[in-house]
Design a protein around this ligand. Structure first.
Ligand SMILES: [Zn+2]
Length: 390
């Protein structure tokens, strides 16, 4: 059986686990754990507090700092209401394409890693190769957040991370962050004929939105020259505003959904500081002057760290050597890479398949993309240990 056929068969197994983010991912994690263990890896399954989700961290080679992490997420987005031509959880091949939910995003990459375990193991005499397979990436990188905390707490210090999100094997060194918030305004209801006697939650939500729009312009104005992101600046989007009951009732509650995609930690900090100040110094005092119990609460739905392009990036340079590429791009979608960067590792994104197919009906990965990804892992096996990995 050729490596490609083996890879295809492993991928079919992975696709058959319907590990949608809302469901448990334990069965797919145990499948992966089993394959890694049989290849001689030390495997740890790290279950979350609910007991229904788990990350997997595994190591081939010596127990020491440095080395490379191959990383991917095991959850997939839902298929509900999507017009699929075939069962999304039963992989089928048509014209060199493998169709199924998660084929490109991103079980294809995991399948290539599992196919090449022997090659990778043979390369790890001096330096380890780790595997990090996470849960709940699609709903805010929740699993990876826990995993990097574990690495930090245990002082496990890999030097580099390769995140195999679908880039058609292009080398990617940056993306914006993605932060989503739901802000709830609680005012005081009253009769519509006497607006001054209540606290209209919608009106305060609108003032908050206006502040966001001022910030949005400020972020455009302070965009650093030469930014390679598209658009080049940090963005803010108002996604939803709900509240109120009827024409003649002062709205007692309003909820606002908005998101920010920061190009830098500095922009992120600016927005957080400004909003905290505006709420604390202006909006809340105004509301509580009329109704002391009025409040504004912010729920963080997800904060995915951005991956900041760096002049020095050992993981990117490693991928240059493995792929033959000599330039790296930035992408508009978020990944777990920024979380690894936050704990001092260099991180790069490169994986089989195209993001154009991700999250869509009839998601597919081309067999040729899996070949290319496995060729990169082969070259990693051949050259690992001959370059500075720590
Ligand atoms: Zn993904």
């Amino acid at each position: 059986m050729s490596d490609l056929d083996r890879c295809q068969s492993i991928l079919a197994d992975l696709i058959a686990f319907p590990s949608v983010s809302s469901e448990s991912n334990l069965s797919v994690i145990h499948y992966i754990a089993d394959r890694l263990e049989r290849a001689g890896a030390r495997v740890e399954v790290l279950t979350d507090v609910s007991g229904t989700k788990a990350n997997l961290f595994a190591t081939l080679g010596p127990e020491r700092a440095g080395g490379l992490v191959l990383s991917g997420h095991t959850d997939v987005v839902p298929v509900a209401d999507q017009p699929w031509r075939s069962d999304p959880f039963k992989m089928v091949e048509r014209d060199g394409r493998l169709y199924g939910r998660g084929t490109c995003d991103m079980k294809g990459f995991i399948a290539t890693c599992l196919t090449k375990l022997d090659t990778l193991k043979a390369a790890t005499c001096d330096h380890p190769i780790h595997f990090a397979f996470t849960h709940d990436e699609e709903v805010g990188c929740l699993g990876a957040r826990d995993l990097v905390d574990v690495l930090k707490a245990r002082d496990i210090r890999p030097a580099m991370a390769l995140i195999g999100e679908p880039t058609q094997m292009r080398v990617i060194e940056g993306h914006k962050g993605c932060c989503e918030y739901t802000v709830t305004f609680t005012g005081a209801e009253g009769h519509g004929s006497a607006p001054e006697k209540g606290v209209n939650a919608i009106e305060y939500a609108v003032r908050y939105i206006n502040r966001l729009l001022v910030l949005r312009q400020a972020l455009i104005d302070r965009c650093p020259p030469g930014s390679r992101f598209d658009p080049p600046h940090t963005t803010i989007n108002i996604g939803g505003l709900k509240g109120g009951h009827a024409h003649n009732v002062i709205a007692g509650k309003a909820t606002l959904e908005w998101e920010m995609r920061p190009t830098s930690l500095a922009d992120y900090d600016l927005v957080q500081r400004d909003l905290a100040q505006y709420v604390g110094d202006v909006l809340l005092p105004d509301m509580q002057a009329i109704a002391p119990q009025a409040e504004i609460t912010t729920e963080v739905i997800g904060e995915v760290a951005g991956l900041t392009p760096m002049d020095e990036n050992a993981a990117r340079d490693l991928l240059y050597r493995l792929t033959g590429a000599n330039t790296a791009d930035v992408v508009p979608f978020g990944t777990e890479a920024g979380l690894f960067q936050e704990i001092g590792m260099s991180a790069v994104i490169c994986g089989p398949g195209s993001i154009d197919q991700a999250h869509k009906p009839d998601e597919y990965v081309e067999r040729d993309q899996l070949c290319q990804a496995m060729a990169v892992l082969d070259r990693l096996g051949e050259t690992y240990g001959r370059h500075d990995r720590d």
